[in-house]
Design a protein around this ligand. Structure first.
Ligand SMILES: [Zn+2]
Length: 154
């Protein structure tokens, strides 16, 4: 007995699906983004058990699972821990025109790195260990792009 599928050529079509969606960032990140939007301040939270300070803030400590409920305001400065220069255009993924720099910045007063843009500098001049400061947007909306980028400290 033969199955009709035995004689069918299986075709594969490539495609992309756009799936717009919304989600809550939760109470911890909401506090972080509201402080950024409304007051232009970057806050971190600290674990009361092990002392690790997180930016962006975490709902649970990644080391001991305690709730990091102590909040600390950061000065907005930090150090580039690593970076990459993006040289290709992908408008659906990148909010900036290439070339631009993504970096991990360890902000002063925090123990974790924040991934963000490094700007106001020639990408070829960015270095690990470079001291940087956050530059905020004038019109802020309550998301991570309220930080325009980090730029080298003068
Ligand atoms: Zn902890």
């Amino acid at each position: 007995m033969s199955d009709w599928k035995d004689d069918v050529e299986i075709l594969v079509h490539e495609g992309k699906i756009s799936v717009p969606y919304s989600w809550t960032v939760g109470s911890t990140l909401s506090r972080f983004y509201c402080e950024l939007r409304d007051n232009g301040k970057i806050w971190a939270n600290r674990c009361p058990s092990c002392g690790t300070t997180f930016v962006p803030p975490k709902i649970k400590c990644i080391n001991c699972y305690e709730e990091p409920h102590d909040w600390v305001e950061l000065p907005g400065t930090g150090t580039v821990e690593t970076y990459t220069v993006v040289r290709y255009e992908e408008p659906s993924m990148h909010p900036r025109k290439a070339p631009f720099v993504y970096g991990v910045i360890k902000m002063d007063g925090a123990d974790t790195g924040i991934v963000h843009f490094i700007g106001d500098v020639d990408p070829e001049q960015v270095k690990v260990g470079m001291r940087v400061e956050a530059v905020l947007e004038d019109e802020r909306e309550g998301n991570i792009l309220d930080i325009r980028h980090f730029r080298p400290l003068a």
